[in-house]
Design a protein around this ligand. Structure first.
Ligand SMILES: [Zn+2]
Length: 315
């Protein structure tokens, strides 16, 4: 059992898993600009939090002087490198011209540059499970193989787009598709460990009692939960996140963060990045073991633990 402090590698008091879902990479992209215009409309009509001037500047910039693709990922990697923290990037694979699809193609030169940067930094590539493949083993498998073949890697992990999840179908489909770990399990609309899952664990199929060959790395905090769902900002958002993280640290568990790449280097979303930087600084001061999802899964499996940290009995 990973059940107490000191069970992580390097005698670390707890573990950290940093991850990024890549939904979009291009500054000048039709859906992106439409989404920004919608954002402006909602600021005006529905009181959505936002800064009109900066939102407008963002639209103009994307039209006339778009950012270089990958600059946001470079910023993420620089922030993480301050502490020697590696991270995992989940790549979305689904039809491009679809409402909930990726805003880039797998063959895009920009994505290739991003993957190059990530691999040079010792990061990991996973699959961001597509909206239109939800709980579909064949669809998930195709994504795993496509991402793997395109970038010459063996893909181990998946996290579903929009954290879409149903029990036990999602995990059964991911396992059948050949994934070794899932990082989907979490609440989109509130921070903190879902079902008090503070540790990686292995799910059981309720119909058969069979333990799945899939490690679940539960989510602790996602950026959108703080800033979109809870409409928090600045220092309040930081403290909300930290309040969700502290119970995991106290139990010596796995702190798992999800921050989207496209909110980095963005004046309107400056505090999204600021909160991430502050969290990493605080976490680093406590000397955790920070590893990619794949490395955490490898380590957990190497412990030979079929059932891990049933949270409640592990505090
Ligand atoms: Zn997504």
């Amino acid at each position: 059992m990973i059940s107490a402090r000191g069970d992580w590698p390097e005698n670390a008091p707890f573990a950290v898993f940093l991850s990024h879902d890549i939904d979009q990479i291009h500054d000048r992209e039709l859906f992106r600009i439409l989404a920004d215009l919608n954002h402006i409309r909602r600021i005006l009509r529905q009181g959505e939090p936002g800064n009109l001037r900066l939102a407008g500047a963002r639209v103009l910039r994307s039209l006339f002087k778009p950012k270089q693709t990958g600059d946001d990922v470079r910023t993420i990697l620089e922030i993480e490198a301050r502490y020697g923290f590696p991270s995992t990037f989940f790549i979305l694979h689904d039809p491009y011209w679809s409402r909930h699809g990726p805003r880039y193609r797998l063959g895009s030169p920009g994505l290739r540059r991003i993957v190059q940067m990530v691999s040079e930094a010792g990061g990991e590539l996973g699959v961001h499970g597509g909206y239109y493949r939800f709980n579909d083993p064949a669809g998930y498998r195709e994504s795993r193989e496509m991402v793997g073949e395109t970038f010459g890697v063996e893909v181990q992990g998946i996290r579903n787009h929009l954290l879409r999840f149903s029990f036990p179908e999602t995990w059964l489909a991911q396992e059948a598709a050949g994934f070794r770990y899932d990082a989907t399990f979490g609440w989109p609309d509130r921070p903190g460990a879902r079902d008090d899952r503070f540790f990686p664990f292995r799910p059981v199929d309720p119909a058969t009692g069979r333990e799945l060959d899939l490690t679940v790395l539960p989510l602790t905090v996602m950026d959108g939960t703080l800033f979109r769902h809870l409409r928090s900002s600045g220092r309040d958002a930081l403290e909300l996140a930290w309040a969700a993280i502290e119970p995991v640290i106290e139990r010596g568990g796995l702190v798992s963060l999800l921050w989207h790449n496209n909110y980095f280097d963005e004046p309107e979303y400056r505090d999204w990045q600021w909160v991430y930087e502050q969290l990493l600084e605080r976490l680093a001061a406590l000397r955790p073991w920070c590893a990619t999802g794949a490395a955490i899964d490898d380590w957990v499996r190497a412990q030979g633990m079929p059932t891990i940290g049933a949270s409640a009995d592990s505090g």
